[in-house]
Each structure stands twice: as structure tokens, then as C-alpha cells.
Design a protein around this ligand. Structure first.
Ligand SMILES: Nc1ncnc2c1ncn2[C@@H]1O[C@H](COP(=O)(O)OP(=O)(O)OP(=O)(O)O)[C@@H](O)[C@H]1O
Length: 470
């Protein structure tokens, strides 16, 4: 007679048995449908399980293999050895039927003792592995290429390490840039033309948490006044005759989740200054002709070589915008104030230019270096780079000589290259004319441009090229 207690035990046993059966079926199904060949032996090396994939590969029947010693079933096997050593052998090459396959041999341990060994065929032919690794290598190369393209597309090319110079003044600015970069604060970079303001703007973006977002540069001086608004804020479809279908995004929208670099911000017309202020306050832009404003998440880095404070006093720059922009200011000292940076910059540029133009020199003669360090550099680092490029083309030996330098740089020194070239004479005359025009009009660029009879962009192009400090 079965008691009530015994009946409950029996039911529980039955339940556990059913669960075990279900698990076993699940494991067997997974085992059979596995893509890789799998074999399991007991601790003595006798085959306990073998899936169809492996059996097919070995050209044996599953039921024939089970119960036999693994050495009789698989060529060059080491499963029985792993059963003894208890040490896994991973990704080993094993020769089977004239092919090299890649296998894992893994001991299953229970309380420190081997209870089974699992063998797994990862690749039925080692060439598959080679093909895979070649593919991974190719993908890695592609990834590197696209990373480079992305960086180019995002517009960031420079980091703090590209800013050469160890003078205390420059080091101080670099330290400041490092400190402000991680925050979202608006940064204003002031400094004469060619001092490296753009390099600092790139570096700040690169060190910020927005570094994987876009970096969009806008040269406020180079955009015709009539286009500035649509360039900065975009326009809606049909906003004006000739407007692109679907409208166009402005630079602010392009810089969403990144940084916008407003270079030469002092050149922004007053009407646009008011609109920019609104963007800074509301964090949204209004595309020309659009019904609704668009939210933008943009960090602003602005730069100018002008004395904005003086412009505020002269009512040519909005005071409220000035204070909004001046949350953090980086002031880059002119090269003249840090002559100790010159030798390092010279070495850096000779190497860089050497690669670019294919003319290599060992260095600079001492008297030429003296001239370079003693020169006033109104065009700052940009001018130094241009002078060195010119000298590289002229030099005959393996060192830049004093006579290879333009006359205005070497001036005052005993040996001057004479006669200097017509191009230099023209540039000297152009420099003189521009400076005169600015002087006559008390620094008012628009009037100077008018007097010179050249275009606005032509003027700025020449100013940059000739190293004129505005
Ligand atoms: N410290 C530096 N180390 C290396 N290169 C520099 C450094 N400073 C400036 N340069 C180089 O000088 C040139 C001018 O620099 P950059 O355009 O950043 O100056 P900028 O102050 O933005 O000029 P601008 O006001 O005319 O736009 C670039 O070729 C830049 O790479």
C-alpha cells in the first residue's frame, strides 16, 4: 500500500525527471544544430557525444563513433591527453584528412577532477581562419581610413600638441585652454593675425566632450554681408528666388552637438550681432523664411584680432554680445613677445615644409637665426612659416643662410640678398599701400577697401598673405 507521503515524493520525482528530460532534449537540439563540430569524451577518452556537423566532416556515423576511443575516431586528436592534463588547449591547429583545422579542447572539471572533455572545431580549414584574419585586417584599415575621413569632415585637424612653443606665455595659454575645454563655456580667443587662434579653437573642440561632434568654422569676414544670415542660420524652402529645394541648413545647425568657430567675429555687421545674441540667449536659430525656430545645441568659440573693447566704445560692436562672448578669454601673445619660441617653430616648419615641398635642409645658419629671432613678425607665426618656405626654395646649401631670407627680415644685417625679387618688391609695395589706406581712414577697413579699389575678400586675402596686423 502506498502512503500519502510516498505518493507526494513520487510526484516530485516525476516532475524532476520530466524537467531533466526537457533540458536534455534542449541541449541535444542545440548540440545538433550547432554550426561548429562538437565532440565530448569521458575522462578516459571514450566518445560520449558527437554532433552531425563533426560526424559529416569526419565521414563517420554518429552511432558508430559513440563508445569508441577518440583516437580511433579522430586523427591526431589530443582529447585523451587533455583529459589527463586538465589543461585547455585553445585555437590549436590539427591535421585531419590532409587539411589543417583549428580546434579548442576544453576539460570540464567538477570538484577539481576532469569529468569530460569537449572538443570544438572552430574552422574546418585553417585557410578559413587566415581569410577571416585578412578580412579583419582589411576592415581595420577601412575603419582607420573612415576615421580619418570623419575627422576631416568634422573639420578638426589640430590638437594642443600641434601648437609649438615652450615660452611661459604660450604655456600659460595652453594650460588655460586645457582647463576650459571640457566645459560648455563660450570661449573668446584674441590675438593678432597669424598667432594660432584657429589652432587653439580646434584644440578646445578636440579636448571637449563634443569632440565626436562636428567642428564648423565660419569666417565672418569672408562672407558677403547679404549672405551672412542665411549662411549662419540657413533658410527655408522658397525663402527667396533661387533658394534650394527643401531649404538649406545653416552653419549653426550643422554644428549641432559640436562646436561652431566664429572667426573674425569683429567683422560681423551690427544687425547680425543682434541675431547672434538671440541665438546665444535662446539656444535656437531662425532660418530665413522659416515659420518656427530650430533648437540647437552648440558650443561657441569666437576669435578676433581686433580690439573688441575699443569697437564697443566706438559703437561698432554690441556691448551685450561682447559680454556674452567674453565668458572665458584666451589671449594669445604676438610672436614678438615670445621670441624664445622662434627656434623651435623654425625647426618644426623646416621639417613640415620639407615633407610638403620635398626640399630638406639640416637647419639655419646662426646669423640667419639671429635675424629671424630679432625680426618684428607683424604677421606672426603665419609670416614666419611663409618666410621659411620662400627661403627653402632659394637656399643652395643644406642650411638656410641669411641671404636666403627676404630683405625686410634680414634688413639691418650685413649681408642682404640683393637685388631682391620682383615678387617681393610688389608685395612690399602692396603692404605699404594697404597700410597707408588704413592709416588715411583711421583703421576703417570698409573705406580703405573702397579706396584701394579691391574686393572685400581680396583685401582680407592680401592682408593674410602679406602678414599685415590689422
Ligand atoms: N604655435 C604654433 N605652432 C605651430 N604652428 C602655428 C602656431 N601658431 C600658428 N601656427 C601656424 O600659423 C598659421 C596661422 O595660424 P592660425 O590660422 O591658427 O592663426 P590665426 O590667429 O587664426 O590667424 P587669423 O587671425 O589670420 O585667422 C597656420 O599655418 C598655423 O598652423
Amino acid at each position: 500500500m502506498v502512503t500519502l507521503g510516498e505518493n507526494r515524493d513520487y510526484e516530485e520525482l516525476l516532475h524532476v525527471y520530466e524537467e531533466c528530460l526537457e533540458s536534455k532534449e534542449m541541449i541535444e537540439a542545440a548540440f545538433e544544430s550547432a554550426y561548429e563540430g562538437i565532440i565530448i569524451t569521458d575522462p578516459r577518452g571514450y566518445v560520449r557525444m558527437l554532433n552531425d556537423t563533426y560526424a559529416e566532416f569526419l565521414k563517420v556515423k554518429v552511432e558508430d563513433a559513440i563508445g569508441r576511443h577518440v583516437t580511433e575516431v579522430v586523427e591526431n586528436t589530443r582529447m585523451h591527453i587533455v583529459a589527463k592534463t586538465g589543461k585547455a588547449e585553445l585555437a590549436r591547429v590539427q591535421k585531419i584528412r590532409d587539411g589543417n583545422m583549428v580546434v579548442h579542447r576544453i576539460p570540464i572539471l567538477k570538484e577539481g577532477k576532469v569529468v569530460a572533455v569537449v572538443g570544438k572545431v572552430l574552422f574546418q580549414d585553417v585557410r578559413e581562419l587566415h581569410a577571416l584574419s585578412a578580412r579583419v585586417l582589411q576592415l581595420q584599415e577601412e575603419l582607420e581610413y573612415y576615421k580619418g575621413e570623419l575627422i576631416k569632415h568634422l573639420g578638426v585637424r589640430y590638437g594642443l600638441e600641434d601648437i609649438i612653443g615652450c615660452s611661459p606665455k604660450l604655456k600659460e595659454v595652453k594650460a588655460m585652454a586645457r582647463r576650459v575645454a571640457p566645459s560648455d563655456s563660450t570661449v573668446f580667443i584674441s590675438g593678432e593675425s597669424g598667432t594660432g587662434k584657429e589652432l587653439f579653437a580646434h584644440s578646445i573642440h578636440r579636448m571637449s566632450r563634443r569632440s565626436s561632434g562636428p567642428f564648423i568654422k565660419v569666417n565672418c569676414a569672408a562672407i558677403p554681408e547679404t549672405l551672412i544670415e542665411s549662411v549662419l542660420f540657413g533658410y527655408a524652402e522658397g525663402a527667396f528666388t533661387g533658394a534650394a529645394k527643401g531649404g538649406r541648413k545653416g552653419k549653426f545647425e550643422m554644428a549641432h552637438r559640436g562646436t561652431i568657430f566664429l572667426d573674425e567675429i569683429g567683422e560681423l555687421p551690427l544687425t547680425m550681432q543682434a541675431k547672434l545674441l538671440r541665438v546665444l540667449q535662446e539656444k535656437e536659430v531662425e532660418p530665413v523664411g522659416a515659420v518656427h525656430p530650430v533648437k540647437v545645441d552648440v558650443r561657441i568659440v569666437a576669435a578676433s584680432n581686433r580690439d573688441l573693447r575699443k569697437m564697443v566704445r566706438d559703437n561698432r560692436f554690441r556691448e551685450d554680445l561682447y559680454y556674452r562672448l567674453n565668458v572665458v578669454t584666451l589671449s594669445i601673445p604676438p610672436l614678438q613677445e615670445r621670441p624664445e619660441d622662434i627656434p623651435e617653430l623654425v625647426g618644426h616648419f623646416l621639417e613640415e615644409l620639407g615633407r610638403e615641398v620635398g626640399i630638406h635642409v639640416a637647419g639655419v645658419e646662426p646669423d640667419a637665426m639671429e635675424a629671424l629671432v630679432g625680426y618684428r613678425w607683424p604677421g606672426n607665426v603665419r609670416e614666419l612659416k611663409n618666410v621659411l618656405e620662400q627661403a627653402l626654395h632659394l637656399t643652395e646649401g643644406d642650411r638656410i643662410r641669411q641671404e636666403d631670407l627676404p630683405v625686410h627680415v634680414a634688413r639691418g644685417k650685413s649681408r642682404v640678398r640683393l637685388p631682391f625679387t620682383l615678387k617681393e618688391a610688389v608685395e612690399d609695395a602692396e603692404r605699404e599701400a594697404i597700410l597707408q589706406a588704413l592709416k588715411v581712414h583711421a583703421g576703417n577697413r570698409e573705406r580703405a577697401i573702397h579706396m584701394l579699389g579691391i574686393s572685400r575678400s581680396g583685401f582680407y586675402h592680401k592682408v593674410k598673405k602679406l602678414g599685415i596686423d590689422l
